[in-house]
Design a binder for this molecule. Sequence first.
Ligand SMILES: Nc1ncnc2c1ncn2[C@@H]1O[C@H](COP(=O)(O)OP(=O)(O)OP(=O)(O)O)[C@@H](O)[C@H]1O
Ligand SMILES: [Mg+2]
Length: 261
Amino acid sequence: MIPILEARGLSKRYGPIIAAHDLNFSIARGEVVALVGDNGAGKSTLVKMLSGVIKPDEGQIVHAGQEVSFSSPQDARSRGIETIYQDLSLAPNRDVVANLYLGREMVMQGWLKPFGFLDRNAMVQASGALLRELGAKINSITGVPVGHLSGGQQQAIAIARAAAWAKDVLFMDEPTASLGVEQSQAVLHLARRVAEKGVAVVLITHILPHVVEVADRVVVLKQGSIIADQPAAETDTEQLIRLIVGFDLNRVRPNGPAATA
Ligand SMILES: Nc1ncnc2c1ncn2[C@@H]1O[C@H](COP(=O)(O)OP(=O)(O)OP(=O)(O)O)[C@@H](O)[C@H]1O
Ligand SMILES: [Mg+2]
């Protein structure tokens, strides 16, 4: 595997809290890697370090074989590393096409290609083609504020936008957190399609069946450290729960006290 992005010994502290400890992690084009772990395990911290939101205290980030130091999320984005955050960061009063091109009309190279501010027709065409390609079901991509669309459709737009500009890496921090079953499936499907385009996709989720279903590899974080990194095909939800919570749920049911190790 030739990694497109590597974390080498990344650490991050917040006062006495070690949010990330000596993390070594790499991802390759075309793979979907699931990042799992309990609340506060360090998942978002790792993604934030790799996407320019926060600076690691220690360690190196290597992108396409070159050591890099991201000055901002925009800096990471300009290198083809996109992130979908839980709040989606859409402009609710603007339509789908405007959202897909938000802040990029002139500057970026990517799946949607730059057309300039005035070539709205070309942007509409490219947006429609992109959403079709990603299998998103949205009837009106012009004239309807995205705030009026369903949660799943809005999520699809945020993902489509990040996917469109993600040349190398797409980070998805709990992209299905507030979605129903069918909408979550559509989002997972999109993640897979993006990976098939040659992008490395990193998916953070607490929904373990999603991990087993969509990921090629699963990385487990616990108290700031990576405690497992293995092919998803070689694991199952029971084993993941054991790794995440640190004890065997079967051993504490139905009437025993919780074991601690
Ligand atoms: N800005 C911050 N200031 C202080 N502590 C922080 C900050 N950001 C994160 N932490 C702490 O670092 C640890 C890791 O947090 P992180 O957000 O990476 O967890 P997570 O695995 O993403 O959890 P969740 O599943 O709840 O989103 C936690 O103990 C958290 O409280
Ligand atoms: Mg988090």
